[in-house]
Design a protein. Structure first.
Length: 283
């Protein structure tokens, strides 16, 4: 049983307040520190599955986790990677985190990545959902016979985890309200993906792995100054030489992926985010 305590800047409604990449990374690192030791590389599903509750900015709630059954989209009935949900009718102080198990369409790496993404939503979205459900109706609201609002976000497929997320599009946006909702959804998905990346492959552990493993794959680590024109930069980058340079770099990424329990493409994205690859800048 693991109870996580998380704090970040938030609004009066307990939604994230101007959370940038650095703040997301800091939050993910704080969560990770409560799950594994500082010298651990891979976070396993068993460790994540032991999470039973969160205290986020003073909002306490249980986390109901399911990893044993295929997850279905409530609207289409199709199997999806995962979802997170808050149903005040089922529990006013609990959120659900459901991830489809390993199968022909769900690799172990995808299951782990999906869990990290869903946990990001539990950290950043669930507190606002729970606080909002307790705010009560307005003075002139007629709530008699009205169903309780269920908050739900779905991770439909692996593509959802590959970038800024795939918030459902309004085609075309019907109102300004819907446009703002779509924008908020995109931000939430991007934030959950960044949380996932930093949680599963934190910057410090990746740099350590790169320094150790790059020479084994004929990739050169180029060390540079950490301060350039007054701006903090990544003090190292990777250089793959020769005709097999790209192949060697891909081999390194696959090897590091196994070390962290994720796919090699996942490592490539983190290398880009941390400014290790040619043409990339640290975020």
């Amino acid at each position: 049983m693991t109870l996580l305590t998380v704090n970040y800047r938030h609004t009066a409604g307990f939604t994230p307040h101007y959370i940038n990449n650095a703040a997301v990374e800091e939050t993910a690192n704080a969560v990770r520190a409560q799950l594994v030791s500082a010298v651990t590389d891979a976070i396993t599903l068993s460790v994540l599955g032991d999470i039973t509750g969160l205290n986020v900015n003073g909002i306490h709630f249980d986390l109901w986790i399911s990893l044993d059954h295929p997850v279905s989209d409530h609207e289409t009935g199709e199997t999806v990677c995962g979802l997170r949900e808050f149903d005040p009718g089922a529990g006013v102080d609990a959120a659900s985190l459901l991830v489809s198990p390993v199968s022909e369409s769900m690799t172990e790496e995808l299951v782990l990545s999906t869990f990290g993404h869903e946990l990001g939503h539990a950290v950043f979205e669930a507190p606002g959902w729970i606080a909002g459900s307790k705010a009560g109706p307005g003075l002139f609201d007629d709530v008699v016979g009205q169903p309780l609002k269920v908050y739900r976000m779905t991770t439909r497929d692996a593509a959802h985890l590959s970038g800024a997320g795939t918030a459902e599009q309004q085609n075309p946006p019907a109102t300004v309200h819907e446009t703002e909702r779509a924008k908020a959804m995109r931000i939430a998905e991007y934030r959950a993906n960044e949380f996932m990346g930093s949680l599963l492959v934190p910057r410090s552990r990746l740099l350590n792995a790169v320094n150790e493993m790059a020479p084994m794959h004929h990739v050169t680590v180029v060390h540079g100054p950490s301060l350039l024109e007054g701006q903090l930069t990544n003090p190292m980058s990777l250089k793959a030489d020769g005709d097999l340079g790209e192949f060697d770099l891909e081999s390194l990424q696959k090897a590091i992926g196994k070390r962290f329990g994720v796919h090699g493409r996942f490592i490539r994205v983190r290398m880009e985010r941390y400014g290790l690859l040619p043409g990339s800048r640290p975020h």
